[in-house]
Design a protein around this ligand. Structure first.
Ligand SMILES: CC(C)(COP(=O)(O)OP(=O)(O)OC[C@H]1O[C@@H](n2cnc3c(N)ncnc32)[C@H](O)[C@@H]1OP(=O)(O)O)[C@@H](O)C(=O)NCCC(=O)NCCS
Length: 385
């Protein structure tokens, strides 16, 4: 093993960068001990009660709540930006039926970037206008992916509908009732930003080389896809499907604990208390599953939560944001594989806001590794190996 040499500015080694501070930000704050989440100073419970996804996106991008005219203008811009070029739709038509929807979403955003003549403009104004455009267009792309997977044609956006109602409309082909649209809107608010999580960090790392906004967001999508991150909501649903009914939960969880199985939708790198987003989504899950005739899903999830907290709560393992979101989306009739794209349709606001904030005072991300390999290996000619 190589002897470690110190280098200038050396920070302490932390696997997975756990606890490492990599930047300053006014975007948001996660208090893992108290189970508190703040966007730009506002508690998530307040935003979930009073705000909308459009307003929260404005807050994340511009750092303040909009006036009425600023919000109207922002919403108008989002409506105008919903349409995507036909080349993007054609690319989705090729991949969406068979690829994982997150791979399709990543492809869609990548093609979008390749089609944009202004993609390389490094001004903050351009980063901001692409950010707004992507908040609008990622919903359209996710809607088209949903439709292609069902063998149907994409649904054109309806300019009369707000962002979230239109998103549901483009996925399901039916205009949602007000309560359904509101529950989805709250879910999008809750998923919009969450500190320096893996996907946000991935976006920021790419942006820090002054690549471009599309590349940064594509990287965020790629990272969010993983089952330890955004992909956990899908795994929760597969887990509930496997369990099957509420009377089977106890035995299933006992076995999972005995065999040290990882329980999807539980635990968090930062929260060692109850995730506030899971508190809000749990309450909505109870109401919406009942309204859509899928109370069985909530009952299973709640029973599981009680069992897992009894076993692991003392170790700081509680439900996270992904635990109840899937029960809500399932009640809406949305296919499980689409859960992570829905997460991305929300998180784009956080990715864009943090990328813009970071590149405004940019410094290239460049950590180092502890080298554990050999130092003086001698080259061995091929014939002697
Ligand atoms: C999110 C996650 C990666 C964070 O993990 P972390 O803080 O790095 O914690 P670790 O993976 O190091 O786990 C610490 C201990 O808790 C246990 N643990 C953590 N999450 C657990 C879970 N969901 N189920 C069972 N045990 C869990 C680990 O097995 C480990 O036990 P050990 O000390 O006996 O080895 C982890 O909790 C996890 O994989 N959860 C499931 C996936 C998920 O829901 N992801 C979405 C996050 S929003």
């Amino acid at each position: 093993m190589a002897e470690q040499k110190q280098f200038v500015g050396q920070a302490e080694f932390a696997k997975g960068l756990e606890g490492v501070i990599a930047c300053e930000s006014t975007m948001g704050y996660v208090d893992g001990k108290e189970g508190k989440l703040i966007y730009r100073g506002y508690d998530i419970f307040e935003l979930a009660e009073h705000s909308t996804f459009e307003e929260t996106s404005y807050l994340l991008l511009f750092g303040k709540l909009p006036s009425q005219s600023e919000l109207d203008d922002f919403k108008q811009k989002l409506v105008q930006q919903r349409a995507v070029p036909k080349e993007v739709i054609n690319a989705l038509k090729i991949v969406a039926k068979t690829a994982h929807p997150m791979a399709s979403l990543r492809t869609g955003v990548s093609v979008l970037g390749a089609m944009d003549k202004n993609a390389e403009d490094e001004s903050i104004e351009n980063y901001t206008s692409i950010g707004i455009s992507l908040i609008a267009k990622m919903a359209t792309i996710a809607g088209a992916i949903t439709r292609f997977r069902k063998g149907k044609k994409p649904v054109d956006p309806d300019p009369k509908l707000d962002h979230t109602a239109n998103f549901l409309y483009m996925m399901n082909g039916q205009k949602p009732d007000d309560y359904t649209a509101r529950v989805m809107d709250v879910s999008l608010i809750l998923h919009a930003d969450h500190g320096m999580n893996a996907s946000t960090f991935s976006s920021m790392v790419v942006a820090s080389s002054m690549s471009d906004m599309y590349s940064a967001i594509t990287a965020g999508i790629a990272s969010l896809k993983g089952s330890l991150h955004g992909g956990a909501n899908e795994q929760v649903m597969h887990m509930l499907d496997e369990i099957g009914s509420v009377d089977k939960v106890d035995a299933w969880v006992d076995d999972a604990i005995a065999t040290k199985k990882k329980l999807m939708g539980f635990g968090h790198r930062v929260y060692k208390a109850y995730d506030p987003r899971a508190t809000i989504l749990g309450e909505y899950s109870q109401k919406i599953t009942e309204a859509h005739g899928r109370k069985d899903l909530y009952d299973m999830a709640k029973r599981m939560e009680d069992k897992v907290i009894a076993a692991y709560g003392e170790r700081g393992i509680f439900p996270n944001v992904d635990f109840y979101s899937g029960t809500i989306y399932s009640a809406f009739g949305i296919e499980t594989a689409l859960f992570t794209p829905i997460f991305a349709v929300s998180r784009i606001s956080g990715w864009a806001g943090r990328v813009i904030e970071y590149v405004t005072e940019n410094r290239l991300f460049r950590p180092r590794a502890v080298y554990t390999g050999e130092m003086e290996a001698k080259y061995v000619p091929m014939a002697q190996r």
